[in-house]
Design a protein around this ligand. Structure first.
Ligand code: FAD
Ligand code: 2HG
Ligand code: ZN
Length: 480
């Protein structure tokens, strides 16, 4: 089905007039990048991509769309993993790119806050914080292209959640345009404000289904001055969980990152990503990238971590460790971890699961999940890695190495049965079928299947209250 729904020209003209000639795309070539999501799971159609530059323009656009019941798909950096930015195939929706709303409105180092527009790229937000000697701690492999509005809308996680929390934990205030064009102005920099329901948290993680986030007030933190970064080799995930516990006890809340990686992930990175090399002379079954940091110049963090790792080695918790001794070595270690998704993609792509369970359950979950995947797709290569410090795993199964197109397609056809088996297992562990990537279009059925029924009903009620005409990112997150 393609372009079977025609948005009337009069409505398209009304929308174009709001943003002016520089504020929209309507040619096939310009529109093309907005039709598909990052993972190319879906390809839709649209007649118009609007590029508003102000909150007022977003407000007027939604007012028109709501009156004419035209579906709206917000687009951030388009790095999302669940197909949230792809418009419907029938051409019934327009896309709103947030890329032009990118002012840093206000930085307040005394209050440790900054107010930025939704289209700011995450790396730019981090830099703006750093320019006043503050840290904005959200950190993802996609930070060079994802936008802060997209981060809020997916409630992104990343590699510093262990210390600073998810995106939700970093937000103090929001400006949101509602489906009918009204602007909710809640750009508060207050840390204490008990004046009724927490509306802000409804929009965070809503993936554009309740409104469009146009600006946000973020929390800032002291800028770390010293880091201790280590790549640690281990026998198995049980050792990793025990090591996490002993490092947390020894270093308190200075531990920022604790990322688990299997040998195969390291091998894929070394094979496909330029400028990487194995820091060890031996191959080991499992690895952890860990980082601790301190805002104090005189911190003893490196000595403390060295001592903790030596003790852990004596206790048999780890096999070997490399502590970065320069900024260059630190970034080499990070390069290995951050390039796992790219290395997996280049190596033929994967069937992905983004799950979380309690940290204590991780070793047994990995064992059972591995057995299930080996049974259902013995030809696949299991690559389980991720944010062990948060109980969050990317349980990915890569296509067989150098598979023919036919073999790859046969493997990819197993996606549904693998998803069902892995998500059933996750449910048995009382875990989450989406730890950090959201629901988008990809997991709408899964959400309906695994989420508590009362919670689902409340979510539908909220959706109807905020968006009675169902124009906000239709078909994403919830089956209405
Ligand atoms: P988009 O993909 O553009 O949009 C995501 C959803 O939000 C869509 O539904 C869209 O409609 C909606 N949306 C976007 N902007 C707005 C807005 N202003 N108002 C309302 N709705 C909006 N994710 C993690 O959580 N942790 C990771 O460690 C991580 N690592 C990654 C590494 C790589 C290499 C890649 C490619 C992705 C990674 N991701 C990770 C996934 C992705 O980067 C995050 O989900 C990110 O937050 C998406 O931001 P975006 O601007 O690209 O959003
Ligand atoms: C990461 O942690 C991202 O690197 C991507 O969340 C995970 O590709 C993936 O499955
Ligand atoms: Zn991740």
């Amino acid at each position: 089905m393609s372009n079977s729904y025609i948005i009337p020209n009069s409505v398209l003209d009304e929308l174009r007039a709001i943003v002016g000639p520089q504020g929209y795309y309507d040619t096939v070539v310009d529109i093309e990048p907005f039709l598909t999501d990052h993972r190319r799971l879906y390809k839709g159609n649209t007649a118009l991509v609007l590029r508003p530059a102000t909150t007022d323009e977003v407000s007027r656009i939604l007012n028109v769309c709501n009156r004419h019941q035209v579906g709206v798909v917000p687009a951030g950096g388009n790095t999302g993993y669940c197909g949230g930015t792809a418009p419907a195939e029938d051409g019934s929706q327009i896309v709103i790119s947030m890329a032009k709303l990118k002012k840093i409105r206000h930085v307040d180092p005394l209050n440790n806050t900054m107010t930025v527009e939704a289209g700011c790229v995450l790396a730019e937000v981090q830099q703006a914080a750093e320019s006043v000697e503050r840290l904005f701690p959200l950190s993802l492999g996609s930070e060079g292209s994802c936008q802060i509005g997209g981060n809020l809308s997916t409630n992104a996680g990343g590699t510093a959640v262990l210390r600073y929390g998810m995106t939700r934990d970093l937000v103090l205030g929001l400006e949101v345009v509602l489906a009918d064009g009204q602007v909710l102005n809640d750009l508060s920099g207050l840390r204490k404000n008990n004046t009724g329901y927490d509306l802000r948290n409804l929009f965070i993680g809503a993936e554009g289904t309740l409104g469009i986030i146009t600006a946000v007030t973020l929390k800032l933190f002291p800028l770390p001055r010293t880091h201790a970064t280590a790549l640690i080799a281990l026998q198995n995930p049980t050792a990793a969980v025990n090591l996490l516990s002993s490092l947390r006890a020894a270093s308190g809340d200075s531990l920022t990152t604790f990322e688990l990686m299997p040998r195969i992930a390291i091998e894929l990175v070394l094979k496909h990503i330029q400028g990487t090399s194995d820091p060890f002379t031996h191959a080991y079954p499992w690895y952890v990238l860990m980082e601790a940091s301190s805002a104090r110049n005189d911190s003893t963090i490196e000595d403390d971590i060295t001592t903790s790792l030596a003790t852990a080695q004596e206790q048999g918790l780890l096999l070997d460790a490399v502590l970065a001794n320069s900024e260059a070595q630190r970034s080499l270690l990070w390069r290995i971890r951050e390039n796992i998704p790219e290395a997996q993609r280049v190596d033929g792509g994967s069937i992905k699961h983004d799950i979380s369970v309690t940290i204590s359950d991780i070793p047994q979950f990995i064992k059972e999940g591995t057995a299930l995947c080996e049974q259902l797709a013995p030809e696949g290569r299991i690559i389980v890695y991720g944010h062990l410090g948060d109980g969050s795993l990317h349980f990915n199964i890569n296509a067989p190495a150098q598979a023919t197109q036919v073999a790859r397609a046969a493997f990819m056809n197993k996606a549904e049965s693998l998803h069902r088996a892995m998500h059933d297992l996750t449910a048995q562990y009382h875990g989450s079928i989406s730890a950090e990537h959201g629901i988008g279009r990809l997991k709408v059925e899964d959400l309906a299947r695994y989420k508590d029924k009362v919670a689902l009903q409340l979510m539908r009620d909220i959706k109807r209250t905020f968006d009675p005409n169902g124009i906000m990112n239709p078909g994403k997150v919830l089956k209405m």
